[in-house]
Design a protein around this ligand. Sequence first.
Ligand code: FAD
Length: 262
Amino acid sequence: MQAGSLMKRFAVALEQLTEEEKKEWLRVRDRIHLICSIASGLKIGVLVDAEETWIQDPVDVLTMQMMDEFNKTRVVVFNTIQLYRHDRFSFLKDSIEAAEQRGFVLGVKLVRGAYMEKERTRAEAGGYPSPIQADKASTDRDYNAAIHLCVEHIANVSFIVASHNENSNLLATELLDKKGLPHKHPHVHFSQLYGMSDNITFNLARAGCSVSKYLPFGPIRDVIPYLMRRAQENSSVAGQTGRELGLINKEITRRKKFNVQR
Ligand SMILES: Cc1cc2nc3c(=O)[nH]c(=O)nc-3n(C[C@H](O)[C@H](O)[C@H](O)COP(=O)(O)OP(=O)(O)OC[C@H]3O[C@@H](n4cnc5c(N)ncnc54)[C@H](O)[C@@H]3O)c2cc1C
């Protein structure tokens, strides 16, 4: 969905809320505003995760509003774009346009998306078209196109390549090289989930990139479902876990051979 039409649709939805619901929305907005304002003062970032499509619109609206206020001189707030959604590449284009028109730097974390099965099942049960791309190749195409677009607009976009996909991470560094930009450009960051793909994280760090591990923490009731999703993802993503295990085994063999075990 386009950012402009998202704002209009949201304004209509807001009008339909009861007085109590409006108060609740304002409370949420005030809390988020407080978080962003403290983060801005401390010169740290606020990364807003993306969730299921049916709760994402208000998250996008709030995040855009916060970026409009806090991302003028430095980048504090980041939205998350899930490229497994077939409407998100055009949403990214539209968000960049909105940022350029309003004079703020767009902060985006680029992910493929974590709720594929849930989205497809719900769409089928509800009899509406699935918001998810038809296949993995289409997700990969849009993800890599998003990296291209962000590099093209790097003056107005600060982006995080949040992925365990070797090709996408490599593509980002190659595009920076092609444009003669440093790997540690202030508008580029890389991130992998804590406990996953250290082979990518360490190599990015060695190549001079700004890279971090994303560490979930919080109440057990929230963190356990999150970790369950990652475990399911690990077993369902063809090749990824196998590739990592293969690398670990190779390293164990290498260390044994050269007797460099600690
Ligand atoms: C730092 C960080 C932050 C993250 N934050 C979020 C977040 O806020 N919200 C969120 O939803 N996820 C988030 N994720 C998870 C992310 O969306 C992916 O699920 C995960 O990283 C796997 O994708 P990949 O790019 O690493 O690798 P890959 O292994 O190349 O891609 C796997 C992904 O491709 C997509 N895919 C797989 N099969 C198909 C298919 N048949 N058709 C269409 N698409 C398919 C799915 O999205 C799947 O997760 C985050 C990941 C990281 C590393």
